[in-house]
Design a protein around this ligand. Structure first.
Ligand code: KIV
Ligand code: ZN
Length: 508
């Protein structure tokens, strides 16, 4: 077990917010802020106070409601007026932090800043010095090398500059992959190189964007390479393809037995709310939180997932859904690729008893329908169950069965068709089941009864009285056992329906 706890520094309210089509106001930011605190993050970058009066107000307000243990940070360019604005906005925060930044990549210094490396270094050092002066003993300073991922050619210049920046008062050095051009492996080697050269008490932080979908990998591996502060966004919001997704990093580290302060059970509810509030919907296949992310459709996957339910390392699933607060009932989608296990699970869960043998029996009808329409809705699945198990079509058609007034013995009237010929007979025996079987045997349709039981089905949701279900095992023409069911309000009729369903199954 790795003992170093990651420091989760959330940038949803800054990097996430700045990329929204309609950035959040103070009230909206407060909702997200409360979620972040509930989630157990260690630091929150509440905004870019110099960007607009609305954002200044939000930073100021959130500082007043921040809990004692959470670092509250505000972003500032390496410009005095921005830095001063952050200091003003965070005055009330119990643990304030000024986060200032400038790019040190050759490309950016030449074409965007249009300054020499020495000039840029001086700006960085001066900015950090000023921020430290404003923070005094109460707060801390974070410095970011914007475009750090593009600094492989001038890494020694960057490292020398960072030494000066740390001397000037920066306690946290953040290394962003501002545009994801650098492979995780290269990026991690750069992180290691910086860490080796800076004083041991400097906190190394990473901040990755997800332009090529590798931000989680880079962030997680950076932690193992020595970065302690991990900058992430809820729902992977952020500029362009977003910032590193918070949930993915937390879960990856959890799967590696790394402890953190995060309460993972809050993740799903928060993800859904953030999607609503940001107007950025959760993609169907989004890891962990996507509607489809924990669904199983292929028979092999469904079987494996069900056999390993409740295990930490379950087959075909990254986590137990309840870990992140999702419904424990994983979604099993019935398609033409699905197998007997899913049919069995879905139908049983809907309150209709079925055995695995019956699931195998009705599987062709299910697959046939799914081939036509794709994933089957529950009603369609239950409709097939009714047709294939409770109202089996075949040469026999049951019409009527009722008790006759006879003082001397138990007698019943049975009316049915066989191959369009109607039979109306009286039959006798010990109870309706035996009487019906006796009558059929006399007409040349004998059945070998192996087992009989009655079930009371649950009341429906409107509280209507429960149906009875008769379950009969007959021996089929090959000597195998076949399960036959009948359902009716009357137990007598449920018995007779089970017999006729059995006759049709055997004589199909
Ligand atoms: O992506 C980036 O480089 C940033 C910095 C301001 C930290 O957001
Ligand atoms: Zn960023």
């Amino acid at each position: 077990m790795n003992k170093r706890k990651p420091f989760f520094y959330d940038v949803t309210l800054r990097d996430g917010n700045q990329a929204l089509k309609k950035p959040w106001n103070t009230k909206q930011k407060k909702i997200i802020f409360d979620y972040l605190i509930e989630l157990g993050v260690n630091g929150v970058e509440v905004g870019f106070s110099g960007s607009s009066p609305m954002d200044f107000e939000a930073c100021q307000y959130l500082s007043t409601v921040a809990p004692e243990h959470v670092v509250i940070s505000g972003l500032a360019r390496a410009i005095d007026k921005d830095i001063l604005k952050v200091a003003e906005a965070l005055k009330e925060a119990p643990k304030p932090r000024i986060h200032t930044f400038i790019a040190l990549s050759p490309f950016n210094m030449q074409y965007v800043l249009k300054k020499s490396p020495e000039d840029v270094r001086k700006i960085a050092v001066d900015a950090v010095g000023y921020a430290k002066e404003l923070m005094g003993q109460k707060g801390e300073v974070q410095f970011s090398v914007e475009h750090f991922g593009d600094c492989s050619e001038n890494l020694s210049f960057v490292i020398d500059s960072l030494k000066e920046v740390v001397n000037a008062g920066a306690k946290i050095v953040n290394l962003p992959n501002t545009v994801e051009r650098t492979r995780p492996f290269e990026f991690i080697n750069m992180i290691k190189a910086v860490k080796e050269e800076l004083p041991d008490d400097t906190i190394i932080s990473v901040h990755c964007h997800n332009d090529l979908g590798m931000a989680t990998a880079t962030t997680v591996e950076s932690y193992f390479a020595g970065a302690t502060q991990l900058e992430c966004c809820l729902n992977g919001l952020g500029e362009r393809a977003g910032n590193t997704n918070f949930y993915e990093v937390v879960t990856s580290l959890y799967n590696c037995d790394v402890e953190s302060t995060v309460d993972m059970s809050k993740i799903y509810e928060i993800a859904v709310t953030v999607a609503e509030m940001s107007g950025v919907p959760i993609y169907e296949k989004s890891p962990l939180i996507g509607p489809d992310a924990l669904a199983h459709r292929s028979g092999i996957h469904q079987d494996g997932a069900l056999k390993t339910k409740g295990m930490k390392k379950g087959a075909y699933r990254p986590i137990e859904p309840s870990l992140i607060g999702r419904d424990d009932e994983e979604h099993l989608g019935l398609t033409s690729q699905s197998g007997k296990t899913a049919i069995y699970e879905i139908i049983n869960k809907a309150g209709y008893p079925i055995t695995i043998e019956e699931a195998i029996r009705i599987s062709p009808a299910i697959k046939n329908k799914a081939e036509q329409i794709g994933e089957l809705p529950l009603n369609t699945i239950l409709g097939i169950y009714v047709n294939e198990i409770l109202e089996v079509k075949g040469p026999f058609v049951f019409n009527k069965f009722k008790r006759l007034e006879d003082d001397n013995k138990e007698a019943y009237f049975l009316d049915f068709d066989h191959n369009n010929k109607t039979y109306q007979i009286e039959c006798y025996g010990d109870g309706p089941l035996e009487s019906c079987l006796n009558g059929l045997a006399e007409l040349g349709f004998p059945q070998k009864l192996l087992h009989y039981e009655q079930l009371a089905l649950a009341e429906d949701e409107k509280g209507a009285s429960a149906d009875a279900m008769s379950i009969i095992h007959f021996e089929d023409k090959n000597g195998d056992t076949i399960v036959c069911r009948g359902k009716d309000h009357s137990t007598t009729k449920a018995n007779v329906k089970a017999i006729f369903n059995g006759l049709n199954l055997i004589n199909k």
